[in-house]
Design a protein around this ligand. Sequence first.
Ligand SMILES: Nc1ncnc2c1ncn2[C@@H]1O[C@H](COP(=O)(O)OP(=O)(O)O)[C@@H](O)[C@H]1O
Ligand SMILES: O=P(O)(O)OC[C@H](O)CO
Length: 489
Amino acid sequence: MTEFVAAIDQGTTSTRCIVFDAHGSIVATAQKELTQHFPRPGWVEHDASDIWRDAHEVTRAAIGEAGLTARDVAAIGITNQRETVVVWDRRTGEPVHRAVVWQDTRSGELVAGLAAEGGQDRFREATGLPLATYFSGPKVRWLLDQGLRERAERGELACGTVDSWLIYKLTGRHLTDVTNASRTMLMNLSTLDWDDALLDAIGVPRALLPEIRPSVEIYGEAIAEGLEGIPVAGALGDQQAALFGQTCFAPGEGKNTYGTGSFLLLNTGTEPVASTAGLVTTLAYRIGDRDPVYALEGSIAITGALVQWLRDNLGIICSADEIEELAASVDDTGGCYVVPAFSGLYAPHWRSDARGVICGLTRYVTKAHLARAVLEATCWQTREVAEAMRQDAGVELSSLKVDGGMTVNSLLMQLQADILGVPVIRPAVAETTALGAAYAGGLAVGLWPDVDALRAHWREDAAWRPERSRDGDYGQWLKAVERSTGWID
Ligand SMILES: Nc1ncnc2c1ncn2[C@@H]1O[C@H](COP(=O)(O)OP(=O)(O)O)[C@@H](O)[C@H]1O
Ligand SMILES: O=P(O)(O)OC[C@H](O)CO
């Protein structure tokens, strides 16, 4: 058995492939930025052909960069932006529409209609999810309503989240992993199968959907050029992959990933825990035919994306890393709070009528204060979901494991420790999302015997301890959140 695993990490803003060795160390990386399309306010699209082209290209590049050939790679694991939907023609294998991205709000009216009939939580018991534009089912329904329904019912079209699209292009098989399926609002959390009542209510024919498989399993051999014969052997939604990569295998273990959005997940064991505090109940992973493991999740739509907005829409910084120096040039935000409700508010509020606000502006406030308030917005939103976690699972955080693109920002990490009041700990391999996918692939082909073998790989890189309590400012943040709601009628 060869000792290398390639992990494809298809994120919202970029696609990368990382080759890991049997110790979980990075051997080679290749990455491509993904073009974002914003055709109307609230709409976010990706070109699914770009997604596949980039994934194919970076995988071949990373394997080459590692000095390997396809024969030296034990498995390809996949991790991906979740909820985003792709619909393709089964005959040509080509997409019939741009992918509708998780942040996209075009299904707002559909979602409001469904909520009017049975309340926002009508599918919560079956799916663990509140009705929101975030999840895939209503996005699929919107796509079918664009003249695709008849073809879908005749079985000519296939649909899936990004894992499913990549597995299809890699192996020719139409499958999805159970963690991704749990984000569609079409899968029943207990049966782990598509639920006819949900399919009916949301208006999605079963014929369109992939088969739901465990997260750790050999799905098939790659047939894509240059990758022929590599087992495609594990898939997890990116937030679940980060939980896996952080080796949070025991109930009560959790992590927060800071990327385009931020997602705090807590392993709750083999029984789903229902949320009453605005969190989402979701699949954490399933290894082969063993009992599935569930998680509670605090999903925050916009964190790193707010830094991008400061860069691309306002031009206040030229690159994301410039925000740290600018924000550090002042001691506080000058009383300014930014609530980035660009796609409404996700956990714990689930308010699709919210839109972004900046509160507390005076003539004193400079771009440096604004930059600092942008960083604090990530931290305050995280505090809100951590509080919800305490209410739902009775878990009092004693520290927080972190990862994701924003965690290179030390000021942000210090602000997070201050605002949460607990130490924030970053592991040596910050690419935990890709690592989790590599672990899933490697476990499936027997590179590692079990999850216990993976724990030994986790090492701390840096920790930030609370230096200044910010409890006194939390009320002000909540007031700002209140002001963002009720904007859309
Ligand atoms: N130094 C930094 N400070 C703050 N945010 C950053 C920094 N560097 C990158 N980011 C943000 O991190 C995000 C990218 O993280 P990544 O984990 O690659 O995201 P994704 O997986 O969602 O594509 C971007 O939204 C970017 O704005
Ligand atoms: O692409 P990321 O890393 O921001 O993750 C997106 C999430 O999976 C959305 O649920």
